[in-house]
Design a protein around this ligand. Structure first.
Ligand code: SF4
Length: 376
């Protein structure tokens, strides 16, 4: 049993359906499989009920419906999933309940139903202001679709809205990205995520780049875009609390903060992961394997891995890893865990102590992988 005195956990539901497959996407998502949605929703609900009983119905204070495109489900399907979560896990009053959605899939009817079902945060995949960039990414919407989704969300009563933006896109100039940032700010979101494009092997975008049909901006331009996001958003009152995430005061994503600080969470659906009682569980990544009832893989995390994980995840946060929290979780200080490795990284200007926490310097943010390799 998960004792009631334990801090609340997070809940994640993966919805792997999309209206079409974006050119850069290697996530577990499928276009053209809408016919499987009812069967998938039933399977997810069975998993929620089973895992609730297995884990002793722990309390939760964040819920995240991610994908894929959860807004492709109809209101009844989403409400059934949320009802199942409420039935299996006591969800606290004031919990953060997020639903991802894509422009073009958020109808007024669905937005009202989500609000009625307790969803209080929407995350909208906006990506870029320019139609030509959205086209080459294989997105199905234009910026007008983003504006319409934000309006639909507001009319349904949502005041906590994230927009996802991308930079480092083929043919994207710094000026393009400036326009995107300004257009996004003009929509008054409470949160912005700015992700640098990662070109994944085997995607159509990767092929087009390899064949010379598309060209990425150089490293310097990409870095300039990232700095532009940091400065523009800071000047507008956003707090950068994580490498890629910016929030108005009080609007950092609590669900993701929980993941980065090793708060336990349970994930449902294909490709969903869980972290619970020092074990990581990975559901089958392919929808057919999940629907066929293939078993998840579970591995116990050793104490040493747990200490490294705290650094790997916590150093993503601009506040860094608090020594006190680290000691509470692992029974030893950061210095005791990493010893001399820390000195080399601090002397090299990659890490610094600040208000009782160890955090990446600006240079360390650029070289985060090297820092982690050193700590490993
Ligand atoms: S909407 Fe998101 S999950 Fe779906 S194909 Fe595009 S990038 Fe992938």
């Amino acid at each position: 049993m998960h004792a009631p005195s334990h801090p609340p956990i997070g809940l994640y539901v993966h919805v792997p359906f999309c209206a079409s497959k974006c050119a850069y996407c290697d996530f577990a998502s499928y276009a053209g499989r809408e016919a499987d949605i009812p069967r998938y929703v039933d399977a997810v609900i069975r998993e929620i009920v089973r895992r609730g009983a297995e884990t002793g119905h722990p309390r939760a204070d964040t819920v995240f419906l991610g994908g894929g495109t959860p807004s492709l489900l109809d209101e009844r399907q989403i409400t059934r999933i949320l009802d199942a979560l409420h039935g299996a896990f006591p969800i606290e009053e004031g919990a953060e309940i997020t639903c991802e959605c894509n422009p073009g899939t958020l109808t007024a009817r669905l937005a009202h139903a989500l609000r009625k079902a307790g969803v209080n945060r929407l995350s909208i995949g906006a990506q870029a202001r320019q139609a030509r960039l959205l086209r080459l990414l294989g997105r199905i919407h234009d910026w007008q679709g983003v504006v319409a989704s934000v309006e639909t969300a507001r009319q349904a009563g949502f005041d906590n809205i994230n927009l996802d933006l991308m930079f480092g896109l083929p043919s994207q100039s710094v000026l393009d990205f400036r326009e995107t940032l300004q257009a996004a700010i003009a929509l008054s979101p409470t949160h912005l995520s700015c992700y640098g494009l990662i070109v994944e092997e085997g995607t159509p975008l990767c092929r087009d780049i390899a064949e010379g049909k598309l060209a990425l901006p150089d490293e310097e331009a990409e870095r300039e875009m990232y700095e532009l996001a940091r400065h523009t958003l800071a000047a507008d009152g956003f707090d950068q609390y994580e490498i890629s995430n910016f929030a108005r005061p009080g609007h950092a994503c609590r669900h993701n903060l929980g993941c980065w600080t090793r708060v336990p969470y349970l994930g449902f659906g294909c490709a969903a992961h869980s972290f619970f009682e020092q074990c990581r569980t990975m559901n089958p990544s392919r929808i057919d394997a999940y629907l066929a009832g293939d078993e998840p893989k579970t591995e116990r995390i050793s104490r040493e891995e747990a200490r490294f994980e705290s650094m790997m995840l916590g150093l993503r946060l601009t506040r860094g890893v608090k020594n006190e929290d680290f000691a509470d979780m692992h029974g030893m200080s950061i210095r005791e865990a990493f010893g001399e490795k820390l000195d080399a990284l601090i002397n090299g200007g990659l890490l610094q102590w600040h208000e009782g926490a160890l955090r990446l310097t600006r240079l360390g943010m650029d070289l985060q992988n090297s820092v982690l390799v050193e700590l490993m």
